[in-house]
Design a protein around this ligand. Structure first.
Ligand SMILES: *Cc1c(COP(=O)(O)O)cnc(C)c1O
Length: 363
């Protein structure tokens, strides 16, 4: 048995007819940029999250970048974030001229440790940027209290957490901006790049709409220097087809996670779901001090697995100029040495999970 990390083809086959129908409709309409499908998707996703504004952009990275910029953050400002995430989180901060300030993570969920945030706040701090890593919500209640006390903005990186919630409230609806990625393998994935910002302040939303379109509201009048960062109409069409099924997709991920959890013995640490939280398992990530041996064993049995993330951001070569060193964030560093993400997607079969658990249990 061969098991990949994700199987996008299975999902495509299930929705093929609807996808071809919507793409044909768009091609025949010849409205390829900022047409009715982008608007419809923005409305649907805003409604799903209980927010009033949504702006489709070209990627999750751009969603973060344009949000930080639209919130007035840039040169000389600091943004507090986690070192245990995909590199784009820090890149987006750096694009604006601001400086990422890392804070260690909490071991259980691997999200930024809210107890360690306050000691990192300086006069220059403008925002906190939590990432809901692997689909488990960060501690938004605690983060909101800190942000309120210090008058900071909150930008949520929801690239891995579409549909995740805390006491029924969805990630992306807590902060000043909720940033989503529609990269193909994300929980809601397009057939190419895409992203979206959710927010409740119409004036910031209007700024992001301008920024995504060369600083213009249209008619070739440019009020600022912006970017070309629009969500593609065809991708929006595909996402509308998948959006109808997102609850079912996430429920299947949760069922798969429950089965992994039941079958895996106590030899490895399984992911936790904190009280009140709904985890959407973008990744199913186990921990073990013999991680490399487990991965080797899986590989020999044709089972894929990936280390997300082998190097925390503070010790990435690209950000050496920030001056961090190994040892600065011991929890993130140890986590990077122990984590292993197992195959996870809605269509993953029970027999595959059983086989994977057997291999890990008998290693
Ligand atoms: C995928 C991802 C991004 C970037 O999204 P893109 O759409 O690929 O630009 C940012 N942050 C996190 C945590 C991600 O997983």
């Amino acid at each position: 048995m061969t098991v990949p990390m994700v199987d996008l083809k299975k999902q495509f086959n299930d929705i093929k007819d609807e996808v071809f129908e919507v793409i044909t409709e768009i091609l025949e309409s010849s409205q390829y940029i900022l047409g009715p499908k982008v608007l419809e998707l923005e409305k649907k996703i805003a409604l799903y999250h209980g927010v009033t504004e949504a702006v489709g952009v070209a990627s999750g990275t751009d969603a973060l970048h344009l949000s930080i910029e639209a919130l007035g953050i840039g040169e000389g400002d600091e943004v507090i974030t986690t070192p245990f995430t995909f590199f784009a989180t820090a890149e987006a901060i750096l694009y604006t001229g601001a400086t990422p300030v890392f804070v260690d993570i909490e071991r259980e969920t691997m999200n930024i440790d809210s107890k360690k945030i306050e000691s990192a706040i300086t006069k220059r701090t403008k925002a906190i940027l939590p990432v809901h890593i692997f689909g488990h919500p960060a501690e938004m209640g605690e983060i909101a209290v800190i942000a309120g006390k210090h008058n900071l903005k909150i930008v949520e990186d929801c690239a891995q957490s579409f549909g995740a919630s805390i006491n029924g409230r969805k990630t992306g609806s807590f902060g000043d901006a909720g940033c989503f990625s529609f990269y193909p393998s994300k929980n809601l994935g397009a057939f190419g790049d895409g992203g979206m910002v959710l927010l409740s302040d119409p004036s910031v939303a209007a700024d992001i709409r301008k920024l995504r379109n060369h600083g213009s509201k249209g008619s070739y009048r440019h009020e600022s220097v912006g970017f070309n960062s629009r969500l593609d109409e065809i991708q929006a069409g595909v996402l509308l087809v998948k959006m109808k099924r997102i609850e079912a997709y996430n429920e299947r991920r949760r069922q798969n996670a429950a089965l992994y959890g039941k079958l895996l013995s106590g030899k490895v640490e399984r992911p936790v779901e904190k009280a009140g939280c709904t985890h959407v398992y973008h990744q199913y990530t186990i921990r073990s001090s013999s991680r490399d041996a487990i991965q080797k064993n899986l590989r020999e049995n044709n089972i894929s697995s990936v280390v997300y993330y082998p190097t925390p951001l503070h010790i990435q070569e690209a950000v050496g100029f920030l001056g961090y060193k190994k040892g600065d964030f011991p929890v993130a560093e140890e986590t990077s040495e122990q984590v292993l993400s197992l195959p996870m997607y809605p269509e993953l079969e029970e027999a595959s999970i059983t086989r994977i658990a057997d291999i890990i249990n008998n290693a």
